[in-house]
Every structure is written in C-alpha cells, then in structure tokens.
Design a protein. Structure first.
Length: 183
C-alpha cells in the first residue's frame, strides 16, 4: 500500500475492469454505407442479412449461400448420437463440412443395428442432398477479415471412410451364408 491508501497496482479497490472493444478498420469501411436506422451498423456480409438480401455464409460471410443441414451419425453399441449443423453456407465451407461429417458417419456411424439400418444411411443421403445444393453455388471470395473452412481431402481419399466396409462385408457374408444354407 502507498501512503495515500491506494494499492501498489495503481487501481483503487472500487475500480472495475471494463474491456473496450475497438472494431477493426474493415468493419468501419464496410458499414459506412449502411442506412441510419438507429441501431448499430451491420457489416454487409452479416450472417443475418437485411430483409430482401440473400443469406450469407455463417462461416465466412460470402454470398451466395445455400441454407442446408449437414448431419453426422455416431452409432454406439446401445445408443446413438446425432449431430447436425444448420445454416447458410457458401459452396466451399459447406462442402468442407459435408466431407468432415460424412467421414465421421462412415467411420463411427455403423456400430449398432439401428444405426446400420436407419441412422447412418439417413445421414449419408441427407449429406448427399446438401452436397448437390452446395455444388450448384458459384465460387466466391470470403469477406475481408474472415476465413473459409479448408476444403480438405475428398471423402474417398480419407482412410477413416473405409471403416464402413467392415459392416458391409459382414452383412454380405451373412447373406451369402444364409443363401448357401437355404439352398
């Protein structure tokens, strides 16, 4: 303590730390043309577009974006876990997520009977539909200060996706054995 009763740090005990946010320069540049509505300006690439404007990618802010749901399914022996990501995505970010979540489904989605019959096939078909929508979008450059999700390898170039062959081979063996014993 100093002689004036202040702590040595220079702050009085009643002072609160209040962080101050200073927006980056590109934010001010891109919001300067926004109409004055009495609310804070919204960047032109916002995830929540102004009325009448197309949706922007929730990751990088690019338009055009497609509103899709990307799913993954993990089959556990006695239970299952569903995962999904909703939102508008540009082609690059959306395809990257489809690849990751499809690989997860192929790797971990087959390990219970319900998952084998319902869960994993539903997720794979749903991701196929989302992939087709995302492939139809025009490629675009991300907004300043944002990043797109790295595309990564295609699904069939990822070793984890070939784990799905195990239950398929086992199912084929069971069917073949059933057919040979029935004949």
């Amino acid at each position: 303590m100093t002689s004036a009763g202040q702590p040595e740090s220079g702050f009085a005990p009643d002072d609160e730390f209040k962080p101050v946010y200073t927006p980056p320069a590109w934010y001010a540049e891109n919001t300067s043309q926004a109409p004055d509505t009495g609310s804070p300006p919204v960047p032109w690439y916002s995830v929540y577009p102004r009325p009448g404007q197309p949706p922007a990618c929730r990751q990088c802010g690019v338009t055009p974006a497609a509103v899709v749901t990307i799913r993954a399914h993990r089959g556990l022996i006695l239970a299952a876990r569903w995962q999904h990501i909703d939102g508008p995505f540009c082609g690059l970010c959306g395809i990257a997520l489809v690849r990751d979540m499809t690989t997860t489904t192929l790797w971990k989605g087959w390990w219970s009977l319900v998952s084998l019959i319902v869960g994993a096939p539903f997720s794979l078909v749903s991701n196929g539909i989302a992939y087709r929508k995302l492939r139809q979008l025009q490629p675009a450059v991300p907004a300043p200060g944002t990043r797109q999700i790295p595309l990564g390898k295609p699904v069939l170039h990822r070793p984890a996706s070939y784990v799905a062959l195990i239950p398929l081979i086992l199912a084929a063996a069971v069917i073949a054995r059933a057919l040979t014993t029935a004949a």
